[in-house]
Design a binder for this molecule. Structure first.
Ligand SMILES: *[C@@H]1O[C@H](CO)[C@@H](O)[C@H](O)[C@H]1NC(C)=O
Ligand SMILES: *[C@@H]1O[C@H](CO)[C@@H](O)[C@H](O)[C@H]1NC(C)=O
Ligand SMILES: *[C@@H]1O[C@H](CO)[C@@H](O)[C@H](O)[C@H]1NC(C)=O
Ligand SMILES: *[C@@H]1O[C@H](CO)[C@@H](O)[C@H](O)[C@H]1NC(C)=O
Ligand SMILES: *[C@@H]1O[C@H](CO)[C@@H](O)[C@H](O)[C@H]1NC(C)=O
Ligand SMILES: *[C@@H]1O[C@H](CO)[C@@H](O)[C@H](O)[C@H]1NC(C)=O
Ligand SMILES: *[C@@H]1O[C@H](CO)[C@@H](O)[C@H](O)[C@H]1NC(C)=O
Length: 559
């Protein structure tokens, strides 16, 4: 019988217990994370992070409310963590796998994540979250399937493919992370050497085999560190159906822009002649000709095709510098308010037309120097990662000695750039508006752990409250990662119903690693463990707690 062990703690009443048994099952993975010195897709000697020998790593194939156990063995020579991008970790930021919530898994040791895909469906990815390891791989796909009782809002596809597409560097991530800290070499990590599809370069292209007349679901994610890309398939249309957990109004496109950290599901019908066709992912805001490794080339292969390879030129896409094309496309991606998702029709309860905002954060992402050292900034503050995870400090000592709550300016830009351990209060069960400004000359994308963001608006120049008049409050798409165009802003609404310590970050690895991040602490005064989970029994200790293995929990601030 599929009894869900880890659901036990959730369960307070017998009635809920019965439901829990019916609704969720435990699934188990055992991963060995290693560095492979022979696998570089560009034929070099860059070490690649593999999971069970695979790059990209294995699929996590779950269903809404499953409890996923991943026992991670760190076989590398440096510490690591894995984060589950877009999995909301309801009431359980202890499993989020970022430096503010977890002590690293040290080399030669293992640690088991246990998390529930509660009330979610959709397409996500996981990746290593510390030490810039993401530029060396270690990423993989996550699917959260609908439960059988909830209809998917399109006919069942013949098959599904996970397409993890991302930029790639020839250089070792350890060198890149050292170089990027110095003024003289800070341009390292700005210019990738290639874009890969499922870890493969154009020399050994990824190929998807389809049957004429059938329709397929392509789950496409941008697992890169720098480039947004435009994806397109020669002679084929694509229907957008899902973005990181929202079923969208189904729109038919020739090509789609996917920004760093984002995921989409597309339906593609094999409705052309039996042949081979190019799948192309081309960088945005960057020149690249047909032969450049910066244009990823995969193959859509019809099973009865006799062609040795696709014929003709690569499919043309929009001008990579035409940002208006991209903004218009982004605005056209809307939430399907009648489609059921995790529950029959949860959207009905999330109508944002008439909500009352509790808080607004206006955040400027920029680049600068802090006392002579290059860094990325949010409102002129560059996040400095403490040795002690914020979540542990919060739970055991109210943050003492690790961070001071609400020192970060959520509305203004400090007049001198500085480092800070930025932790801000989010009002539990309040609606938070976040306006992301991009003061950089490159694309940026922001991700919030723990929540979905209702993407209500995009604009140019300086945001003012008057811009709210332009918001789409009717059917904004909900997602975990949103792009912010250079010189522009993006506005989102977030319902802070998930207590915990949550990372808000640039998905661009260098921006993130060099300081463009902060944490939102959403606190529920009610100590009932059904509200927010206590630390897991296998909690790792480090930093100020390394030598006192079982600190007593401190009374919570305001509690
Ligand atoms: C994923 O799980 C679903 C539901 O259990 C199953 O139908 C499907 O075949 C699985 N897919 C893969 C690739 O394992
Ligand atoms: C490490 O792996 C062993 C063997 O699978 C397991 O029993 C143990 O619980 C794991 N340790 C942690 C901290 O997850
Ligand atoms: C295409 O770009 C590469 C550099 O990526 C360059 O070496 C090559 O000359 C270019 N080819 C054409 C036809 O412009
Ligand atoms: C929204 O989802 C429903 C199924 O719940 C589907 O019938 C309808 O076609 C979808 N609407 C759009 C615009 O895609
Ligand atoms: C909108 O909210 C206000 C205050 O919360 C309430 O008085 C009003 O009835 C609401 N309007 C609609 C159309 O729901
Ligand atoms: C959302 O609520 C508003 C009233 O507050 C209503 O006018 C609107 O039709 C609702 N939208 C949807 C999609 O149900
Ligand atoms: C941010 O800090 C820099 C350097 O300390 C300073 O020159 C700049 O004016 C600050 N930005 C704002 C908007 O005050």
């Amino acid at each position: 019988m599929a009894f869900c062990s880890a659901c036990g703690w959730l369960v307070l009443s017998l009635i809920v217990a019965v439901l829990a048994q019916v609704n969720c099952i435990d699934i188990y993975y055992q991963w060995i994370v290693s560095l492979d010195y022979f696998l570089d897709p560009l034929g070099g000697s860059k070490p690649v992070i593999t999971i069970n020998g695979m790059f990209p790593g294995p699929l996590i194939n779950s269903t809404t409310n499953d409890v996923v156990h991943v026992n991670v063995f760190n076989d590398m020579n440096e510490p690591m963590l894995i984060t589950w991008n877009g999995i909301q970790q309801r009431l359980n930021s202890w499993q989020d796998g970022v430096s503010g919530t977890n002590c690293p898994i040290e080399p030669g040791t293992n640690w088991t994540y246990v998390f529930q895909t509660k009330d979610q469906i959709g397409t996500y990815t996981y990746f290593p979250s510390i030490l810039m390891q993401k530029v060396a791989g270690g990423y993989g796909p996550i699917r959260v399937n609908n439960r059988d009782v909830i209809l998917v809002p399109f006919p069942k596809p013949e098959a599904e493919f996970d397409l993890l597409i991302g930029d790639w560097f020839r250089d070792d991530h350890k060198l890149l992370r050292i170089y990027s800290r110095f003024k003289s070499s800070n341009s390292y990590l700005d210019e990738p050497d290639a874009i890969l599809i499922n870890g493969k370069g154009s020399a050994n292209p990824e190929s998807l085999t389809v049957t004429k007349g059938k329709t397929y679901r392509l789950r496409i994610s941008n697992v890169g560190s720098v480039f947004s890309f435009n994806v397109r398939i020669q002679n084929h249309k694509m229907v957008v159906v899902e973005t990181e957990g929202s079923y969208t109004n189904q729109i038919t496109l020739d090509s789609l822009d996917v920004h760093v950290g984002q995921s989409y599901s597309l339906l593609v019908s094999a409705d052309q002649d039996d042949a081979d066709y190019y799948i192309v992912a081309a960088p945005k805001l960057h020149e690249a000709n047909e032969t450049s490794p910066l244009i990823a080339k995969g193959i859509l292969h019809y099973a009865d095709s006799v062609a040795a390879q696709p014929a003709g030129p690569l499919p043309e896409g929009p001008d990579p510098f035409d940002l208006q094309f991209s903004i218009n496309q982004a605005k056209s991606i809307r939430w399907n308010l009648t489609a059921g998702a995790a529950r029959p029709n949860p959207q009905g309860t999330f109508n944002v037309t008439n909500i009352t905002l509790s808080q607004t954060f206006v955040l400027h992402g920029s680049k600068g120097e802090i006392r002579g050292t290059p860094g990325y900034l949010v409102n002129n503050v560059s996040y400095l990662t403490p040795d002690t995870p914020l979540k542990l400090a919060d739970y055991f000592v109210n943050g003492a000695g690790v961070y001071k709550l609400d020192e970060f300016p959520t509305h203004s830009v400090k007049d001198a750039a500085d480092y800070g351990v930025s932790v801000v209060s989010g009002t539990h069960k309040g609606w938070l508006e976040i306006v992301f400004h991009n003061d950089l000359a490159v694309m940026d994308s922001w991700h919030l752990d723990g929540f979905g963001m209702h993407v209500v608006g995009y604009g140019d120049g300086e945001w003012t409250p008057a811009a709210r008049e332009t918001y789409n409050l009717y059917d904004p798409v909900v997602r975990s990662t949103v792009q912010v165009y250079p010189g522009g802003w993006t506005a989102v609404y977030v319902f802070l119903d998930n207590p915990g310590m949550w990372n808000l970050r640039s998905q661009h690895v260098k921006h993130w690693y060099l300081g463009q991040q902060l944490y939102i602490r959403v606190h529920d005064d009610d100590p009932n463990p059904a509200k927010e989970k206590p630390p897991p029994t296998n909690l790792l200790l480090c930093g100020i707690f390394a030598t006192s293995p079982s600190p007593a929990p401190a009374p919570q601030a305001g509690g």
